[in-house]
Ligand binder design. Sequence first.
Ligand code: COA
Length: 373
Amino acid sequence: MSAPIVAKGLEGVVVGNTALSRVEGQIGRLTFRGYDIHDLARHITFEEAAHLFWKGELPTRAQYDDLKMQMAHARMIPNHVMQIARGLPKNSEPMDALRTLVSALGAGNPLKQPDLSAVMMLTAQTPILLAAFDRYRRGLEFIPPRGDLDHAANYLYMLSGTEPTAAQTRALNVYLVLLSDHGLNASTFAARVIASTWSDLYSCITGAVGALKGPLHGGAPSRALEMIEAIGKKENAETWMRAALAKKERLMGFGHRMYKAEDPRAEILRDLARGVCAPQLFELAQSVEQTGLQILHESKPAERIYTNVEFYSAVILHAVGLAKDMFTPTFAASRMAGWTAHILEQVADNRLIRPDAEYVGPAPRAVKAIDQR
Ligand code: COA
C-alpha cells in the first residue's frame, strides 16, 4: 500500500464548509458573508458584524438597537469569576487571564451549550473580563460598563476610566470588525474541533484563546510594536532587521499562510493608522514596513511575503491607548464574534473532526519485563 500524502500544517486541505468569511489569499480579498471588508470597515460597528455572523444579515436599525440592549443586559459577570480575576497573580499574561476567566465562566453555568443567547452573552462579557483583570493587576478598582456606550467605547472606558473620543471609538470599531473572522484560522479550527465533540461553548473558547496566544497566530502585534520601538529611527531599520534574520528570527507583522498578496486588513489599518496615530510613530512604522518588505522579498523571493494584519494592528491599538500585552486579548475580544459563529455553524451540521496521522514510529515489538530492558 502506498504511503498517504501528509498535509503538514493542513495547508490547502479543505475540511468543511463555512458561510461566514471567505479568504481569497491569492488576490488579497476578504469578505464576510459576501460583503467586502473595505465596505464593512467604512460602515459598520462591531455589534453589526456580530449580528451579520450570528444571524446571517446586517441588522436593521431596530435589530441593531435590540442586539445592543441584549448585549448590555448580558454584561453581568458572576461573582466567582470576578474573584478569580482579582486573585490572579498580577504578573499573569492577560491572555492567560482571559483563558482562565472564560473557563471559569463555564463552571457551574447551566446555560453553557452553544446557542445564540450564550454566544451573545460571552461576546458581551469578554471586554469586561479583560478590563477587570487589567485594572485589578494595576491595583485599581473595577469600572462597570455603561449602558449608553457601545462595545468598543465601553472597552476603552472600562480600561481607562475616561470616555474615549469619537476617533478612538471609530478606530477600535474598525479594528474589531476587521479582525472578527478569518476563515479556518488555527484558533477557529481549534474551537470547531472542540465543538465537534459536543463539548460546551466555554471549553471551545478556552481552547481558541490558547491557540490565538501563539506568536505565529495572534501573539504577534505586541512583538511588532516592540520591533518598531527597538528600531527607534528609520536609519536603523535595515541593520536591525538584517541582524534579526541572520539570527533566524522572524520579522513580526509580515507573512501569512493564506495571503500571497497584501492582506487587505493591513491596507485598511495602514490608512486608519495614518489618521489616528502620532505622525512620528506612523512614519517610523511605514519605513520599518518598507524596509522589512524589501529585505524579505530579497531573502525569500519565492515566498511572496507581505505585511500582515498584525503590523498596523499594533500601531492602531497603541494609538487608542492600549498596553502592549492587551493587544492579543483585544484581538480575542474581536474574534469572539467569529469563533462563536463558527461554533454555531459547526453544531448546526456536525461531524466529529477526527483526522488521521501517518504512523512513523517503531514496528510492532514485544514488551520486555522491566528488569530486562
Ligand atoms: N520573517 C522572516 N521570515 C519569514 C517570515 C517573517 N515574518 N514569514 C515567513 N518567513 C519565511 C520562513 O522563515 C520560511 O523560510 P524557510 O523555509 O527558509 O524557513 C518561509 O518564509 C515560509 O514560512 P512559513 O512559516 O512556512 O510560512 P507560513 O505560511 O506557514 O507562515 C506565518 C505564516 C504567519 C507563520 C509566518 O509568515 C510568520 O512567522 N510571520 C511572523 C509572525 C506573524 O507576523 N504572525 C502573525 C500572523 S497574522
